[in-house]
Design a protein around this ligand. Structure first.
Ligand code: NAD
Length: 262
């Protein structure tokens, strides 16, 4: 594993699922971490203290809501104040809602675009001046296979993730000679609370079991009938932050069991 000792990573939406695994992977690489996301305050404090103890790094937490630009700006400033630097920005916070376009509640559309797309614009614009000053930065946007191809019932999510890959490319071009890279990671199915909710909804609709729908969900989209682990997404993110990846920029890395190869 590459060493990121002395660096600081901010991972949005890192109290659960993929974001939490990414935070653990950065901590394991010796990187200090700023956590963010919703959840029970005691559980989050246990998580934060646990990371410090297990990996001997410094971990802090910001409760900023990724749908609120002012809270995002404050979170970036707090990270730079508390750690003295912000080297790696991982835009991971995300939400989902499943409905056909004509039934899609407008407020769900607005919320998904805010959290899954606009929040990355707000974090990036606030983080770039410091990265440019220090002449080093890594921006990693957690997009999705749905940033490259579409599925029905996911208008807002697919639009946001396609937009996030577009934003990734623009930022990569604008920062190409500033010591900064910007890339997207596009996971296929990863078994997290976000996907578990979709599996349970399918089982209710079809009168089947969650176990049966878990297999059906993966087999419908992926040639490889296997979930990607959150830890493997974390390992890819750490690689993209390493010196070995210093000329990889503007790319969208699939980690999807062959979903988008079809
Ligand atoms: P999850 O529900 O387990 O975690 C989402 C995290 O985002 C949580 O920590 C939650 O508290 C946080 N969050 C939600 N709204 C927030 C807000 N307004 N402000 C701050 N934090 C907020 O989901 P996950 O599956 O780990 O998803 C993480 C990312 O990975 C998302 O961007 C998702 O679109 C993407 N992704 C997931 C899969 C998958 O199969 N699970 C596949 C491709 C991409």
């Amino acid at each position: 594993m590459p060493s990121l000792k002395g660096k600081t990573a901010l991972i949005t939406g890192s109290t659960s699922g993929i974001g939490l695994a990414i935070a653990r992977s950065f901590a394991a690489a010796g990187c200090n971490v700023m956590l963010n996301g919703f959840g029970n305050a005691d559980d989050i404090e246990k998580l934060r203290a646990g990371l410090e103890k297990e990996f001997r790094i410094s971990a802090r937490y910001s409760h900023a809501d990724m749908s609120k630009p002012a809270e995002i700006a404050a979170m970036i400033a707090a990270t730079e104040n508390q750690f003295g630097t912000l080297d790696v920005l991982v835009n991971n916070a995300g939400i989902q809602h499943v409905a056909s376009v004509e039934d899609f509640p407008a407020e769900k559309w607005d919320a998904i675009i805010a959290v899954n797309l606009s929040s990355s614009f707000h974090t990036i614009r606030a983080a770039l001046p410091g990265m440019k000053k220090r002449k080093w930065g890594r921006i990693i946007n957690i997009a999705s296979a749905h940033g490259l191809v579409a599925s029905g019932q996911k208008a807002a999510y697919v639009a946001a993730k396609h937009g996030l890959i577009g934003l990734t490319k623009v930022v990569a071009i604008e920062t190409a000679n500033a010591g900064i890279t910007c890339n997207a990671i596009c996971p296929g199915w990863v078994l997290t609370p976000l996907v578990q909710a979709q599996i349970e909804a399918r089982a209710r609709e079809r009168g089947t079991t969650a176990e049966a729908e878990k297999l059906a969900l993966v087999a419908e989209k992926q040639p490889m009938h296997q979930f990607t682990s959150p830890e493997n997404v974390g390992a890819l993110a750490v690689f993209l932050a390493s010196e070995a990846a210093s000329t990889i920029t503007g790319s969208a890395y699939s980690i999807d069991g062959g979903w988008t190869a079809q």
